[in-house]
Design a protein around this ligand. Structure first.
Ligand SMILES: [Zn+2]
Length: 59
């Protein structure tokens, strides 16, 4: 089972999606506007995978 929550992308501020994947106890945040990706374990809050393009490249 998974539920999808609409959030603001922390990287670019556009609309992004947060997927709560109950079976695997993962929370996956992804933005289609800037390819931001963050996968955390919803049990321990540990970051499993994170990718934020352009976060250091803003001029
Ligand atoms: Zn974004």
């Amino acid at each position: 089972m998974r539920t999808i929550q609409e959030i603001r992308c922390p990287n670019c501020g556009s609309e992004a999606e947060r997927h709560h994947i109950v079976d695997s106890k993962l929370t996956r945040t992804q933005c289609s506007h800037c390819d931001y990706l963050m996968v955390t374990c919803s049990r321990t809050n540990k970051v499993i995978e994170a990718y934020a393009p352009g976060i250091y490249a803003k001029s």
